[in-house]
Structure formats: C-alpha cells, structure tokens
Design a protein around this ligand. Structure first.
Ligand code: ZN
Length: 309
C-alpha cells in the first residue's frame, strides 16, 4: 500500500551535482540535471547546480518548455527495458510518470507485485482476503494500462507476510527471492527498479521487496542490470503530507528523470484507478500534490549498483 495522505514523505530539488546518470533524461546539451516546468505553478526549489547547469528561470510565472530527449541511459541512447518489482498495487504511483514516459518513448516496462494488497482495504471498507486482493489487482491493471504498461505480474505472496520467518528454508521471502532472480534472468532487463532500503515510509513489505531484489541483483555477475531506488531528497519546503517518508541525501541522488505533461496526465488516470485506497478527494488532489510538491517535473532515483560491463 502507498501511504500518502498521512505519511508520504518529502523530496525536492536540493541536490548536489549528479555524479552519474545512467537512466537520466539526456539532451543535446547534456544538462540532465535540468528541470522541466510543466505548469506555471510548478515552482522549483533550487536552481540546477554544477558545471553544466542551465540558468535559473526568471520566475515561476514563465514556465519553460524545451525539447526533451529519450529516457534511455546515455550510454545506450534508447529507452531502456525496465523491470519494476514492488510490494503492493498502488506502490507504482511513486514512480508513475517515469514509467509512462519510458513506455511512451518506446521502452519496455514489466511491473511485478509481490503481494496483491489483500490486507490493505484502504477506504473501501472491505474485509481482508481474496475479494479485496482481486479488486486491488484490477486497480493495478487499470493503473498499468493508464501508464501504457502491459498487464502486471501478481505473485500473490501474503500482504504483510514477507518478513515473516524470513530465514526459514521455505519462507515467503526465499520463495519471492527465487521468483525475482528467475524473472531477472528471463527478461534480462537493462534496469531494475524497486523500493529503497527504507521502503519509502518504512513498510515492512516494501523493505523486504527492496532487500530481496537487491540480494538477487548483487549476486549477478554478467548481465547485471542497473538497480535504481526511488529517492526522496530532503527539503524544508516539503508538503506536510509527505513528512514521514525517508530521505536520501542529495549527494546520493544519481538520476533525475524528467517527465512530460502527457506522463503526468497518465499518472492522474493511474492514481484514479486506486479507488479502494484513496477517496475521491484524495485521488483528485494527489497527482498535483506529487507533481508540485514532490517530483517537480522529475523523479529522483539512487543507483544502487551499476550494470555489469
Ligand atoms: Zn505498498
């Protein structure tokens, strides 16, 4: 589940110059650290820094649009193949506009959910169980299709159970780890995305998925994909709704992937799919809250491991 209304955390653009940007949006000038302004009110909280930084905009009333570039890693110059592994339906919202962009530009995204959120009724009033899981899978399909993705994979490990007896030989964690490794081996993605070790706001399932994906990738030798965690740089101007989210020090943010208006619109539709999790008013305001208060035109990531050479 994605706890946004109470504990969604902070990020903004207080980052230092980017050291590497394997998946960052690139353009002819190489200033992937730049911000694209999607609406007149999407005000950046910092000017880009570093030797290639673009000049700051004169003010927030003069939105700057500029040609964008493919979302692919700069070393390849093409939209990447990406495998996204998350814990629950609606977790994908955290990085939704980037997923929409990759698909829009001709990349591929496979989205897998470790659980189907069967103990997370949200605002639905439903009892935990199979009926709720089925509804949340439908909501995840709706969201994925809105973002241009194919149908997600649902591994249906128990919601809230991933950390239980993890050490045991037949634990859910070990079974999930085997599935993750097998899927990476099957798809051979260029990039894998999952929760960071913080789990966003600390959810145990998020932490376990992060842990198990990391475990699988770190064990690989050749054909190891890039592993990216969503990153939430700290900023004093962050909306209070996101105060509980874990921060990543800006110096560790490696990728700032811009998105376009079309991707934000796709995200808006995707968020509206999760009707069991958010009330109508929340679904209406969440996209702009994320866009203006959190993403501000680009989703941040931390590169855990580079791809193998
Ligand atoms: Zn979740």
């Amino acid at each position: 589940m994605l706890r946004m209304t109470l504990i969604f955390g902070a990020l903004a653009l207080t980052a230092s110059p980017v050291a590497t940007a394997p998946l960052a949006a690139q353009d002819a000038t190489g200033d992937e650290d730049d911000v694209i302004f999607l609406t007149p009110n999407s005000v950046p909280r910092r000017a880009p820094t570093g030797p290639d930084a673009a000049p700051s905009p004169p003010d927030s009333e003069t939105p700057r649009q500029r040609p964008d570039a493919p979302a692919g890693p700069r070393s390849r110059g093409a939209p990447p193949s990406v495998l996204v592994i998350l814990a629950h339906p609606d977790d994908e919202i955290t990085i939704a506009p980037v997923l929409a962009r990759i698909m829009r530009e001709g990349g591929s995204v496979t989205l897998a959910f470790a659980t189907s959120g069967d103990v997370g009724p949200g605002v639905s009033g439903m009892e935990p169980g199979a009926e709720l899981a089925a509804l949340r899978e439908d909501e995840a399909r709706c969201s994925a299709f809105a973002l241009g993705l194919p149908e997600p994979l649902f591994w249906q490990f128990g919601d809230g159970q991933l950390a239980s007896m993890a050490r045991a030989p037949d634990s859910r964690a070990r079974q999930l780890g085997a599935k993750i490794a097998a899927l990476i081996g099957e798809l051979r993605p260029e990039v894998v995305m999952t929760w960071g070790p913080d789990g966003g706001y600390g959810h145990a399932d998020h932490r376990m998925v992060s842990n198990l994906v990391t475990e699988a990738v770190q064990a690989m030798d050749t054909s190891r994909p890039e592993l990216l965690y969503p990153a939430f740089p700290a900023d004093e101007g962050t909306p209070e709704q996101f105060a509980g989210w874990a921060k990543t020090h800006p110096s560790l943010v490696t990728d700032r992937i811009r998105y376009e208006f079309a991707d934000l619109e796709a995200t808006r539709i995707a968020i509206d799919c999760h009707q069991s999790q958010f009330g109508a008013e929340e679904r209406a305001v969440l996209p702009d809250l994320l866009h203006r208060g959190v993403w501000q035109g680009q989703v941040h990531f931390r590169l855990a491991f580079p791809a193998s050479e």
